[in-house]
Design a protein. Structure first.
Length: 167
């Protein structure tokens, strides 16, 4: 407290030691510098952050909307999750889920590869639909063991997928 009082008294003595003309000049200089300091210290940083959030917030809201939509799909898939069948039950499940995913027409050959595996060959299937199909099977206990795909048009792929049942 003493240091503050001492500093104030020194500043006051310096102020009083100046002539009236010098005091007015110093006061005018302070009045001209004050808005610049306010702009540099307060206004510009706040305006910069507001501008930043005006650009970021719409993207964040769009991402949130997508996540909410996807979470409902995940909940739906989890509700249907269960133990995966084996043998011909696995082939039947793959065929049924391909039809449900509207990619049954692209499913060419479906053959067993042991008691718990099957290989599905697809021709010109929409990539996004295939990914959703595989996610649906994954929720039902059937995982992709090997995927070999090649582009065959805009947004289309062809190839084979080896699927393994885990129950």
């Amino acid at each position: 407290m003493k240091a503050v009082t001492s500093a104030v008294s020194r500043a006051q003595s310096l102020w009083l030691a100046r002539s009236e003309k010098e005091r007015r000049l110093m006061l005018l200089g302070a009045l001209m510098i004050a808005p610049l300091l306010f702009y540099a210290i307060v206004w510009r940083p706040v305006a910069s952050r507001v501008s930043h959030w005006q650009h970021v917030l719409p993207r964040q809201r769009a991402a949130l909307a997508v996540m909410r939509q996807e979470s409902s799909m995940v909940r739906s898939l989890r509700a249907h999750a269960g133990h995966a069948p084996t043998g011909t039950g696995l082939l039947s499940l793959i065929e049924q889920r391909a039809q449900a995913a509207a990619i049954g027409g692209a499913l060419g050959e479906l053959s067993p590869r042991g008691a718990h595996k099957a290989e599905a060959v697809f021709t010109k299937v929409p990539f996004n639909a295939l990914v959703r199909f595989l996610a649906d099977l994954g929720a039902r206990g059937v995982e992709s063991a090997r995927v070999e795909l090649a582009p065959s048009g805009v947004g289309l792929v062809s190839g084979s997928v080896t699927l393994a049942a885990h129950g």
